[in-house]
Design a protein around this ligand. Structure first.
Ligand code: IMP
Length: 174
């Protein structure tokens, strides 16, 4: 297993600051609810909310995706639900990475039934090569190739979330 740095901490910080400024501008005068999807987006979301100069509530969604190994099946179970209703509120769902798109598509459908005033998607990363369900990402950090990414909240077998930068993990056993 080898770790190869991909995007350094200061590049991430600059991009997150730009996304926060975009959100601040787009929602000027409104209150918003930021909904990080656990666990992968917790680092991104923590940095993002501190770059948003608005009245912000934060509420979490925990999900488990059933699939064979690293492949998402699209069957998503909500393991931790929001603690407050979002009816009539402006909601931004925050993901770490949109890979096949199945998780975000499922969550969007689920959250829309709760009748928010609006619902947008922020994702740190997008892997367009693996798209199975196209999802519009309103606030995107970086587009990446079809490689497995760790760090800045993203894990491999629950490890590496604490890396302050984004890295590619490669299996160099063969
Ligand atoms: P999707 O439903 O295929 O879009 O899967 C999204 C979820 O799969 C993400 O929220 C991550 O938890 C996980 N995931 C997909 N690709 C990666 C990766 O490269 N590194 C770490 N986690 C990933």
């Amino acid at each position: 297993m080898a770790i190869k740095p991909l995007i350094d901490a200061s590049t991430i910080a600059q991009r997150v600051a730009a996304l926060g400024a975009d959100i601040t501008r787009d929602y000027a005068g409104k209150d918003i609810v930021v909904v990080p999807v656990l666990k992968g987006s917790y680092v991104f979301a923590a940095d993002l909310v501190r770059q948003i100069d608005l009245s912000v509530e934060v509420d979490f969604l925990g999900v488990r995706s059933y699939g064979d190994g690293q492949e998402s099946s699209g069957v998503v179970q909500i393991t931790t639900d929001l603690s407050h209703p979002i009816q009539g509120k402006h909601v931004i769902l925050v993901e770490d990475i949109v890979d096949t798109g199945l998780t975000v598509a499922y969550l969007r459908e689920n959250l829309v039934t709760r009748q928010p005033a609006s619902l947008k998607i922020a994702s740190l990363l997008h892997k367009p090569a693996r798209t199975r369900v196209p999802v519009g990402i309103d606030y995107l950090g970086f587009t990446v190739e079809d490689v497995f990414i760790v760090g800045y909240g993203l894990d491999h077998a629950q490890k590496f979330r604490n890396l302050p930068y984004l890295a590619i993990i490669t299996d160099d056993s063969h």
